[in-house]
Design a protein around this ligand. Structure first.
Ligand SMILES: *Cc1c(COP(=O)(O)O)cnc(C)c1O
Length: 227
């Protein structure tokens, strides 16, 4: 199977599953090299997700040089420490993993004025796992209010990484809870248009429960080897 075939298959599955909303694919390219990304670009992908700051910035710089006119969109989706915010603010187009006011403030301060506002999602720890990043449901509004007050950030929505589980019903529970929260916030007037959830193993369930963006890595690029 090639990256191109995998992408064709995934787009078909997304189209079938998304009956009520349009769904965007984020190709998660972490640990994969520029050749793999170039193949995905050749197949028509423009939106890529990276988890590690240094690795992501190197790829962004490479493609800015190699393909300055293709219009790629880079999403930072990993844990972000405050000493790495400047590189992210200077290179990425989106940050999906905002879970602290301090990180939000630094990203806004460090966003270069020549660039458009940085699109951000709030990461929600929807299944309340003790060891995980993300804000709890009752902290989302306070963080959203801070982000809305920052000039160089643009709040776009919510992101979640539910714990992988085998049971079909348990898999849907956090996805459903995210959709409920997303709709509640919109009803309250928060200007959200992106609900990012679903990975290779729960992409279809996430779409059926209302995801507007799925983040897919291994189903496109293959198994990852962490060196
Ligand atoms: C790695 C990663 C993905 C993609 O996971 P796959 O199982 O390879 O599809 C999606 N979202 C986040 C936050 C990730 O770290």
């Amino acid at each position: 199977m090639t990256i191109k075939n995998n992408l064709r298959d995934i787009h078909n599955r997304i189209d079938k599953a998304s009956t009520t909303q349009s769904v965007q694919l984020l190709a998660v390219s972490k640990t994969f090299g520029v050749e793999a990304i170039a193949e995905a670009i050749d197949a028509g992908e423009r939106r890529f997700g990276e988890n590690y700051v240094q690795e992501g910035v190197e790829k962004i710089r490479y493609f800015n040089e190699a393909m300055p006119h293709v219009g790629l969109e880079w999403h930072f989706i990993g844990p972000l420490q405050s000493n790495k915010t400047r590189l992210v603010a200077e290179h990425f187009d989106w940050v999906q993993s905002i879970d602290r006011e301090k990180i939000a403030r630094r990203l806004s301060e460090q966003r270069p004025s020549r660039l458009p506002a940085l699109n951000v999602l709030i990461e929600v720890n929807i299944d309340e796992q003790a060891s995980k990043s993300g804000v709890s449901v009752h902290e989302v509004r306070a963080l959203a209010d801070v982000i809305l007050s920052l000039p160089n950030l643009r709040l776009r929505g919510l992101m979640a990484i539910p714990e992988p589980v085998a049971d079909a019903e348990a898999k849907r529970r956090p996805l459903r809870a995210m959709k409920v929260l997303f709709e509640e916030l919109k009803r309250e007037g928060y200007p959200l248009d992106v609900l990012s959830m679903g990975m290779s193993s729960d992409m279809l369930e996430a779409i059926e429960e209302g995801a507007t963006m799925v983040r897919v890595g291994s189903a496109i690029f293959g198994e990852r080897n962490y060196g």
